[in-house]
Design a protein around this ligand. Structure first.
Ligand code: PMP
Length: 357
């Protein structure tokens, strides 16, 4: 008896990484360090826990399906009209909704590879055909090759900027050229999950491209804003695109706790900026230390660094785990390491040195 689609068997699972509690137990340590999911290590922002607790009093009712207050707050913060915004259960859900809103079975979803591991899963489960364009020698998007890969079946392109897992970012001049080359009826989605960590002034804010009707921007409150557990992402696009996404979204998928926590977080922009500056300082310190061991570590504009270790990636991941540090290996390719607190980063660097020797 077969009840589910046979093609799902061939799909990889989204890997959340192993649990720090399990690893600590296995190693007999008081705790393990998790540098595997690109979270910011400083805990919830002030006011978030209280706002979620307050919202809890109303959970016998459905949340506001229009997400009006949160969309208004986002509109104000980012200087766009609220009808251009849709929220979702993490930006990963919005990426899926966008594919559902643009691609019919057999239509092509184009993206760089390696990039965010959810993209091929979203394409396959939505019936779209994945077209992957290999990254360039510097581990970044090869935008000219991506433009050349557009066909008359291409409906949507994902540009992950900065790119997960390599941390590389495309700059304004190359993105301008790329957008000029892409046909107007192809939606270009700039996935900016890590935008708040960008320090290179040449790396453009995707929101500055919204005068181009075929550009949409994905953002998340999971990373810099510290709300990974509440699941809030948002899309900024043409009103028609945002409305189409609101149509395909699972009803009520931005929960009451998520809406309340997100509103409280958005009131803490100064604290977010302070935290991002600490992450960036640590990113640069860790990059410099790693380059003594692996010279090819690319510059990162995100809150993680990429070790292009090729066939050594899985062994390196295991060696770090044996020393109580969980990182994210991608077999045969490289290892992504999230920037944690200075003490966590030191523990990682201590683990990395013998593992690379
Ligand atoms: N886009 C990118 C590039 C990511 O790395 C992630 C999280 N790993 C997401 C989107 C999704 O984040 P969330 O669903 O938590 O908003």
């Amino acid at each position: 008896l077969r009840l589910t689609r046979a093609d799902l068997d061939a799909l990889p699972n989204y890997v959340p990484g192993r649990s720090p509690a399990d690893l600590a137990r296995e190693l007999g340590l008081p705790e393990a360090i998790k540098l595997a999911s690109n979270e910011v290590p400083y805990g919830p922002l002030p006011g978030v826990v209280e706002a979620v607790a307050e919202a809890a009093a109303g959970v016998h009712r459905y949340p506001d399906m229009g997400v009006v207050a949160l969309r208004e707050a986002l509109a104000q913060r980012y200087g766009v009209a609220a009808d251009r915004i849709a929220t979702g259960c993490g930006s990963v859900a919005l990426a899926e909704h966008l594919v559902r809103a643009t691609c019919l079975p057999g239509d092509e979803l184009l993206y760089a590879w390696r990039s965010f591991e959810a993209y091929p899963i979203i394409a396959a489960t939505s019936g779209a055909t994945s077209v992957r364009v290999p990254n360039d020698a510097g581990h970044g998007h090869d935008l000219p090759a991506m433009a050349a890969a557009v066909t008359d079946r291409t409906r949507m392109i994902l540009v992950c900027n900065p790119n997960n897992p390599t941390g590389t970012a495309v700059r304004r001049a190359e993105l301008d050229r790329f957008l000029d080359a892409v046909p107007e009826d192809v939606l270009v989605v700039i996935d900016e999950a890590y935008r708040e960590f960008v320090t290179d002034p040449e790396v453009p804010d995707g929101l500055t491209y919204l005068d181009r009707p075929n550009v949409a921007v994905l953002r998340t409150l999971s990373k810099a804003w510290g709300l990974a557990g509440l699941r809030v992402g948002f899309l900024v696009a043409q009103p028609e695109v945002a409305a189409a996404v609101r149509k395909v979204v699972t009803p009520f998928s931005t929960s009451m706790a998520a809406q309340a926590g997100a509103l409280a977080a958005l009131a803490q922009a100064d604290e977010v900026e302070r935290r991002c500056a600490m992450v960036v300082a640590e990113r640069d310190r860790v990059t410099e230390a790693l380059r003594k061991l692996v010279p090819a570590v690319p510059d990162s504009q995100a809150n993680f660094v990429w070790l292009p270790l090729g066939d050594r990636a899985v062994d390196f991941g295991r060696a770090c785990e044996a020393r109580g540090v969980i990182v994210r290996p991608f077999a045969g390719d490289g290892v992504r390491v999230t920037i944690g607190t200075p003490a966590e980063n030191d523990a990682f660097l201590v683990a990395a040195e013998p593992a690379l020797g």
